[in-house]
Design a protein. Structure first.
Length: 404
């Protein structure tokens, strides 16, 4: 058998030799309007336009051809983008034959290619958990308390567009015990297992995203109505005034889901005008919420945050737990759904558990210098072989396999 693999990096920019910079582009997206739901169609059309904008700026085209006995049996082509899209603005919107068409302007930051090309073709599992409010009372105006679970859920939806991330929505699970002191430097093993369960089995996520909503305050806090009815009417009518500005500050934490170690933290902030009546129970994510300037700014923050997460994690090598060993055979908890293929090679890391003075478990990973070569791939798991015996190398269940 002769196997031919060709990779071509296509950079559709005019300044390849210049430093990385934001590229202004315009793009068009489309979505079908179903049952008159314009809001959902608009979101899908904008997502389609963002993808088109990213493709305009930079794309990676990978073609694979396999020839057996002179006959071409496999001819496959994949396209992946290298651009991070931000500052999206809708320029035009129209409906033609039940199809919503939007045209956007955006800036696309061309990302550097990954050190390991395999990182882009393998999807890393990323679990997004609940974002508690640092000050729950700030969500009372508009009754926006659902933001704690809806915000990570919307981030998970945004990451569905990524070719290198498999987002897992665990927005009802809270890893933060005390929002005021978050984050901890490391999540104990027990904390990970208890927070991330699915049907009684622990979820094996390579990365875990938690966070705290630090601020949702109004620039001018909502309180009793003005005693002067004319002043009150003026304040309500003056909807463009800065007194209506409302904040949203989200601090995000990325944890290694295999060791519990805190990898990075980042603060995202925006503000927009909030002009709904003081007694109205608007609700986070409602149609009325998104129509507010504040809702539009929150939507932009969600897009920027999901874009940053994609850029931050896409070049990380796939890592997964070992689920079983038998002689020279080893099974891992990643399969074709994550992009694992026959003949992929993994490095085995031995997982060492130790305890602190409070008897909390922590993990340390050590390289065994043993290579696992994949032989059989299923959707949710794969099996391969090593040179030697797993027992002699002291390789056990819950050790870690990292894609080479």
């Amino acid at each position: 058998m002769l196997s031919i693999v060709r990779h071509l990096l296509v950079l559709l920019t005019l300044a390849i030799a210049l430093p990385v910079q934001a590229i202004p582009v315009e793009a068009e997206g489309r979505a079908l309007v179903i049952n008159g739901d314009i809001t959902s169609a608009r979101e899908q059309a904008i997502a389609d336009a963002r993808q088109a904008a990213s493709l305009q700026a930079a794309a990676y085209i990978s073609t694979t051809q396999e020839i057996r006995d002179g006959v071409l049996e496999v001819d496959d082509m994949k396209i992946q983008t290298f651009g991070t899209v931000s500052n999206v603005q809708v320029l035009d919107e129209r409906i033609e034959n039940k199809m919503l068409i939007v045209r956007i302007s955006a800036e696309v930051m061309e990302n550097a290619s990954c050190p390991s090309p395999n990182a882009l073709s393998h999807r890393k599992r990323v679990a997004l958990t609940l974002f508690p409010l640092s000050n729950p009372g700030q969500a009372s105006a508009g009754s926006l308390g659902e933001i704690q679970s809806r915000l990570p859920s919307l981030l998970a939806q945004g990451l569905q567009q990524s070719s290198a991330i498999e987002p897992l929505d665990f927005s009802r699970s809270n890893l933060i015990r005390d929002a005021a002191t978050a984050p901890t430097n490391q999540l104990p093993d027990g904390g990970l297992s208890n927070a991330l369960h699915s049907s009684g089995e622990p979820l094996q996520a390579q990365f875990i995203i938690s966070g705290v909503i630090r601020d949702m305050s109004m620039r001018t806090p909502v309180g009793p109505k003005e005693p002067n009815i004319f002043v009150d009417l003026y304040n309500d009518a003056d909807y463009k005034s800065k007194r209506h500005l409302r904040n949203l500050a989200l601090e995000l934490f990325i944890y290694d889901g295999l060791s519990g170690q805190l990898l990075e933290r980042k603060l995202f902030h925006t503000q927009g005008r909030w002009t709904r009546p003081r007694e109205e129970r608007t609700g986070f994510g409602s149609a009325v919420f998104w129509q507010q300037d504040y809702g539009q700014q929150v939507k932009a923050l969600i897009d920027d945050t999901s874009g940053w997460l994609d850029e931050r994690l896409r070049c990380e090598s796939l890592a997964t737990r070992i689920s079983r060993t038998s002689g020279d055979q080893i099974w891992i908890e990643a399969g074709s759904t994550q992009g694992v293929k026959k003949d992929d090679s993994f490095t085995i890391l031995r997982r060492m558990t130790f305890y602190d003075d409070q008897m909390r478990a922590y993990s340390e990973l050590n390289d065994t210098q043993v290579t696992l070569k994949i032989e059989t791939v299923q959707p949710g798991f794969s099996r391969g072989r090593i040179v030697g015996d797993s027992l002699s190398h002291n390789i056990q269940r819950d050790d870690i396999a990292v894609l080479r």
